[in-house]
Write a protein that binds this ligand. Structure first.
Ligand SMILES: [Zn+2]
Length: 214
């Protein structure tokens, strides 16, 4: 499996590319910006983009999705509970003082119980969607058991958790999402957060200061 993460845009969002070596198909998660570079990398690796996954509708995670879709034809998956935020792209751009990207529409709803697969059996990789609201109402995390990796969006970070002071944020809900969904995963699972360095479920369970007094 090809697994690469890049920091894109002014807020350094972690954008992840996962590609199957046999079928040469790929999934991109959170193409917030830097689309020309991501597209070049896909071409370089000889990969065809199958799906674009969005962990939540903040501009730094979703800003480049439409551009990438136009370049590759890949459909966009996002949780519908973030449609309201997606419609606020102009306001979000104003928070950052940047120009608003063209409004993205979603092609498929990513929700709890849903999944995507890459590759062919028996070497298939499954991406399971977990609803983890709190940072935003439509925040999802993506669990990839065969890789023992979790793409956590802005729900869980190394030593921190997502902010809940923006529209749609809820501090009780994010803690409940982390405890009931994410901390149940194997302690060895590698967490790729929406920003910053990777961590593991075990490390955050033990040391994340926001998770000690629940
Ligand atoms: Zn965010």
């Amino acid at each position: 499996m090809i697994f690469e993460s890049y920091q894109v845009g002014m807020l350094a969002c972690n954008c992840t590319l996962i590609g199957d070596e046999q079928t040469r198909e790929a999934i991109i998660i959170d193409p917030g910006d830097g689309i020309a570079g991501i597209h070049r990398r896909l071409t370089q690796l000889g990969l065809t983009l199958k799906q674009i996954l969005i962990t939540h509708a903040h501009i730094d995670h979703v800003g480049g999705a439409l551009r990438l879709k136009k370049l590759t034809g890949a459909p966009i998956y996002m949780n519908e509970n973030d449609l309201e935020l997606l419609a606020m792209m102009e306001e979000q751009a104003a928070w950052l003082g940047v120009e608003a990207p063209e409004r993205t529409t979603i092609d498929s709803a990513a929700r709890e119980g849903g999944s995507l697969t890459l590759g062919q059996a028996p070497a298939q990789t499954t991406f399971h969607f977990l609803d983890t609201p709190g940072h935003t109402q439509g925040s999802i995390s993506i669990w990839i058991p065969s890789e023992n990796k979790l793409i956590a969006g802005d729900t869980l970070f190394r030593d921190s958790i997502g902010r809940t002071d923006l529209p749609g944020g809820d501090s009780r809900q994010i803690l409940s999402s982390i405890h009931t969904k994410l901390l149940k995963l194997p302690e060895t699972a590698v967490v790729v957060p929406g920003h910053g360095r990777n961590t593991t479920i075990g490390r955050e369970k033990e040391r994340n200061p926001f998770l000690q007094s629940f």
